[in-house]
Design a protein around this ligand. Sequence first.
Ligand code: URA
Length: 193
Amino acid sequence: MYNNWNELRNKCNNCNKCELSKTRNNVVFGVGNTNARVLFVGEGPGEQEDLKGEPFVGRGGQLLDKYLKAIDLDRNKNIYIANIVKCRPPQNRDPKPNEQEACIDWLRNQFLLIKPKIIVCLGRISAQKIIKNDFKITKEHGIFFNKKDTIMMATYHPAALLRFPENKGIALDDFIKLKNKIKEICPETYNKY
Ligand code: URA
């Protein structure tokens, strides 16, 4: 556990705990406000993210930004965004369980420093790692879970919405539920920053 954000970032940027470190261009540590009450967690970097070193900057990321805007959230203001694995899996395959396990302490440390009230999992991989290992995104998206006083929910991954646009409306409903939950438990998200 590192208590200092810069130290954590530096250590993470030099990580080689798993094979993904060998093929990465950049570690994708995370982006946003480190005092945010709401933490979004994706799966792992794709090609654009690996090249830029920032999460969700490809087509999926642009869609995510639209959903965030719809509920007055902004990656540069009132949320933080990170991933389960910080390095790109080759060909965008799912990160393997051993890669997730090797990487998760970085996210844990980010969580301990940010102390968010709400975690939003983007997609199945994130929800299964963070909420419960048999999480079913089609059945359990938009539902709030409470684990050790942190509220957690999952919604569809933006890349999945690009593949199955028929789910875009359902995802928007999840974001509206999220906005209401934020207003209930951490309304300062909308006026503090
Ligand atoms: N997909 C993710 O899960 N995370 C990113 O950062 C980009 C795409």
